[in-house]
Write a protein that binds this ligand. Structure first.
Ligand code: ADP
Ligand code: FBP
Length: 370
C-alpha cells in the first residue's frame, strides 16, 4: 500500500501510555449530531448473537507482543457494527467508486456492499460511480441494486470501471453535494486512500454531513493489522500456476531455468507465499531483501550450484526486487504513471538476460510473468 494519507492522524491518549490513532468522523465537526438505533437490532439474525455489536471504545493494538513494563502503545479504532448509527435508512444516498489498480475480488466487495446496505441497513438508494475519481464529474452513474449486482462476483475487474489520475477534489465534492450523496464508499489502494483523505478534508471544510469510507484494496497484502486483504489468495493461486508451468519447462531439458516475475512493487508477500506453497522454487527474490549477482553468495554462484546439484532451477522474482541493480545497469527512465507512481524496469527480463550471459551451464531459460 505504500505511504499513509495526507492529513494528521487524530490522536487520543489514555492511561499507561495508551495511544489511539483514531479515524476522523463527522461528529468531530457537526455538533450534537443525532444518532439512531442500528436497523440490525431489529433483525433476529444479528440481534440474538451476543457481542455482535462493536463497543464504541473498542480498539485493536498495533503490536500483539508486549513487555510487562512497556507502555500500552498504539491502537486503532475497531471496525464493525455499532448499536447507534448516524443516518436513518431512508435518508441515505450511498455511492460506490473503485479507483486505481485492479485486484481480484473488487466486484465481490461491490456486491456485498450493495447487499449489506440494502438488506441489512434498509438503504435503497445506491449509486455506482463510473470510471474512478474522475467519474464523479466526467461520467454517468449507475443505479445499483441487489438484483443488478447478483452475478458480478463471477467476473474479474470492476463493473464500475477504474482510472488513474483525474483527482479534482473540488469537482468531486461539488458532485457529491449536487447529487445529494451522503455516504461515499471508496475502494482502492494507497493512492485512492490519499484521495479519499482529501475528499474528507474538503467535506469537513464545507461541514457536510457526508460519511467517507475508505475500503483498502491491495493485491500485495501489505497492510498491517488486518489479517488478509481481498484478492491476495487469488493472486497467490495464480502465481502458483505460473510457477508450476515454469517448473515443468525447466525440468524438461538439461540445465533449464524457469524465471517467474510476480507482482510486488514494494512487498514480496505474493512471491513468498506462492514460493512456500509450491515447493518447486529454488530462489525467491523480494524487494525487502537485497541481493547481489556476482561473487560469493551471489545469484550467479547459487544458480550454478543448483544446476550442478539438480539439473534445473526455478527463480521467483517480485517486480520490485533488485530495482537498484537494474537501474545501475540500464539507464533509469524515471517515468511515472498518471497517478504519480514510479514505473519500474522489467526485472524479469533483465535477470533472465543476465543469467543467460553469466551462467555458462544454462542450456535454456524460460521467463513468465503475472
Ligand atoms: N496524493 C493524492 N491526492 C489525491 N488523489 C490521489 C493521490 N494519489 C493518488 N490519487 C488518486 O487516486 C487514484 C488511484 O491512485 P493510484 O495510485 O493510481 O492507484 P491505487 O489506489 O491502486 O494506489 C487516482 O485517481 C489518483 O489520481
Ligand atoms: O502495473 P501497475 O498497474 O502499475 O500495477 C502493478 C503494481 O501494483 C501492485 O499490484 C500493487 O497494487 P495494490 O497494492 O494497490 O493492489 C504491485 O504489486 C505491482 O507491482
Amino acid at each position: 500500500m505504500g505511504s499513509s494519507p495526507n492529513s494528521k492522524p487524530k490522536i487520543i491518549r489514555g492511561t499507561a501510555g495508551y495511544v489511539l490513532e483514531d479515524v476522523p468522523h463527522m461528529a468531530d465537526y457537526i455538533p450534537d449530531i443525532p444518532t439512531y438505533s442500528n436497523p440490525l437490532q431489529n433483525n433476529p439474525a444479528y440481534s440474538v448473537v451476543k457481542q455482535y455489536f462493536v463497543h464504541v471504545d473498542d480498539s485493536v493494538p498495533q503490536k500483539i507482543i508486549a513487555n510487562k513494563d512497556s507502555p500500552r502503545g498504539v491502537h486503532f479504532r475497531r471496525a464493525g457494527p455499532r448499536q447507534r448509527v448516524y443516518f436513518e435508512s431512508d435518508d441515505v444516498q450511498a455511492a460506490i467508486v473503485t479507483c486505481g489498480g485492479l485486484c481480484p475480488g473488487l466486484n465481490t466487495v461491490i456486491r456485498e456492499l450493495v447487499c449489506a446496505l440494502y438488506h441489512m441497513y434498509g438503504v435503497k438508494k445506491i449509486l455506482g460511480i463510473n470510471g474512478g475519481y474522475k467519474g464523479f464529474y466526467a461520467h454517468n452513474t449507475i443505479t445499483l441494486t441487489p438484483k443488478s449486482v447478483n452475478d458480478i462476483h463471477k467476473r474479474g475487474g470492476t463493473i464500475l470501471g477504474s482510472s488513474r489520475g483525474g483527482h479534482d477534489t473540488t469537482k468531486i465534492v461539488d458532485s457529491i453535494q449536487d447529487r445529494g450523496i451522503n455516504q461515499v464508499f471508496i475502494i482502492g489502494g494507497d493512492g485512492t486512500q490519499r484521495g479519499a483523505d482529501r475528499i474528507f478534508e474538503e467535506i469537513r471544510r464545507r461541514r457536510l454531513k457526508v460519511a467517507v469510507v475508505g475500503i483498502p484494496k491491495t493485491i500485495d497484502n501489505d497492510i498491517p493489522v488486518i489479517d488478509k486483504s481481498f484478492g491476495f489468495d487469488t493472486a497467490v493461486e495464480e502465481a502458483q500456476r505460473a510457477i508450476n508451468a515454469a517448473h515443468v519447462e525447466a525440468e524438461s531439458g538439461e540445465n533449464g531455468i524457469g524465471v517467474v516475475k510476480l507482482m510486488g512493487r514494494y512487498s514480496g508477500f505474493i512471491a513468498m507465499y506462492a514460493t512456500l506453497a509450491s515447493r518447486d522454487v529454488d530462489c525467491c527474490l523480494i524487494p525487502e531483501s537485497p541481493f547481489h549477482l556476482e561473487g560469493p553468495g551471489g545469484l550467479f554462484e547459487f544458480t550454478e550450484k543448483r544446476l550442478k546439484e539438480n539439473g534445473h532451477m526455478v527463480i521467483v522474482i517480485a517486480e520490485g526486487a533488485g530495482q537498484e541493480l537494474v537501474s545501475e545497469s540500464i539507464q533509469s527512465l524515471n517515468k511515472q504513471d498518471a497517478s504519480g507512481n514510479k514505473l519500474l524496469q522489467d526485472v524479469g527480463l533483465w535477470i533472465s538476460q543476465k543469467i543467460k550471459i553469466e551462467v555458462r551451464l544454462v542450456s535454456f531459460l524460460t521467463t513468465m510473468s503475472i
